[in-house]
Design a protein around this ligand. Structure first.
Ligand code: FAD
Length: 320
């Protein structure tokens, strides 16, 4: 049976997040030839509708309201539920982002629906779709299927390939929703790390640990990351030592990332760190201790001093 699937399109700093396009590709599979409807919530988001359609949404619904300028679970919850009531979908797909992780359980509980979170792949289509997600901090994968009700999933960034961007036609309509009784109203957002590539969606991450030894030491990681069009990440050891901000922390209590390339410099490979990066496609570890745990998950290991290796890599990449 073909299904109607709603996809939450997420914007960040004036553009759509890539995970929204990946969510559309996931929704296409769940729909099994049915309809994929993009949903945009914000104070001024209608202009993003055409881009969601270019990535495969059949049509887009926008809900615009001054109280939706910044995410709040109350505001987005009310707006999204209004779209659900209008559309009666058989599937819902959100990115497994900070917003998706917060909003999806709220919507699932309102709909009394099951929720499969952090999906990294989908086998089959339509009613036969089976969802694959990591468990035990990425050590194993399970295949899950909901027995009944709405197929509601969140998708991990950088795992499900988006459809090719093409000129496609589709309707962008707006739904007027009265956002009331908010417990939180966000007046202003101050970001600590507003610049550069978004760590959770970066294709290349250069991460540093306690072995980087200082905030100045992180400068060379930034240089290499910039050269590769990537982002800088860190172990908790490095954050605790105040070499960098906690917003860069990767791991069990930090961000979970799946870049194409993860360069770990001066990181020992504690299980809590690996929980956040071990599913990266290619892992390069640089550590002066040949017994370091990080080498167990590395595709390429460089035993050496990062203060020699990182500048050498930077110089070589400059030649490419
Ligand atoms: P270290 O373990 O001190 O390793 C430093 C490494 O640098 C060593 O392997 C050393 O050989 C190498 N080194 C030193 N100098 C050089 C050099 N010049 N060149 C090359 N290599 C060098 N950690 C996380 O990262 N993320 C989390 O989300 C997280 N969550 C946690 C949650 C809980 C509940 C707990 C208890 C811990 C958590 N931790 C987390 C902490 C984790 O257990 C480790 O303490 C931490 O990851 C260690 O960071 P590190 O690898 O940078 O430091």
């Amino acid at each position: 049976m073909a299904k109607k699937v709603l996809v939450l399109g997420e914007t960040r700093e004036g553009s759509l997040r890539n995970v929204s396009f990946e969510a559309i590709a996931a929704a296409k599979k769940i729909s099994g030839g049915g309809e994929v409807v993009g949903v945009l919530l914000g104070d001024s988001v209608a202009d993003f509708g055409a881009e969601l359609i270019a990535y495969g949404a059949d049509r887009v619904i926008t809900v615009e309201h001054p109280h939706l300028k910044s995410y709040t679970s109350d505001g987005y919850g009310q707006a999204f539920m209004a779209v659900v009531e209008q559309e009666s979908p058989e599937g819902l797909v959100f990115g497994h982002t900070a917003v998706g992780k917060d909003l999806a359980p709220k919507i699932a509980s309102k709909l009394q629906a099951g929720l499969i979170s952090d999906v990294t792949d989908i086998e089959g289509e339509g009613a036969d779709a089976v969802f694959i997600r990591p468990i035990f901090s990425g050590k194993a994968f399970e295949k899950v299927k909901l027995k009944e009700g709405i197929d509601f999933i969140t998708v991990r960034a950088n795992n499900i390939a988006p459809l090719e961007k093409q000129e496609r036609s589709g309707d962008v309509s707006s739904l007027s929703v009265d956002i009331t009784n908010l417990r939180t109203i966000i007046k202003n957002v101050v970001r600590k790390s507003a610049e550069g590539v978004d760590l959770s969606e970066a294709k290349v991450i250069v991460a540093g640990g306690r072995g980087v030894k200082s905030a100045d030491g992180f400068e060379q990681l930034h240089e290499l990351a910039n050269l590769l069009g990537g982002a800088v990440g860190a172990s908790r050891g490095a954050c605790d030592a105040d070499y960098c901000d906690y917003s860069l922390q990767i791991g069990q209590t930090g961000k979970v990332v799946t870049p194409d390339l993860y360069i770990a410099a001066g990181i020992s490979g504690a299980i809590q760190h690996m929980a956040g990066m071990s599913n990266s496609k290619v892992i390069v570890a640089i550590n002066k201790d040949p017994e370091a745990n990080i080498f167990k998950v590395a595709d390429y290991g460089i035993v050496g001093d990062l203060f020699e290796v990182i500048p050498m890599l930077t110089e070589e990449f400059k030649k490419v």
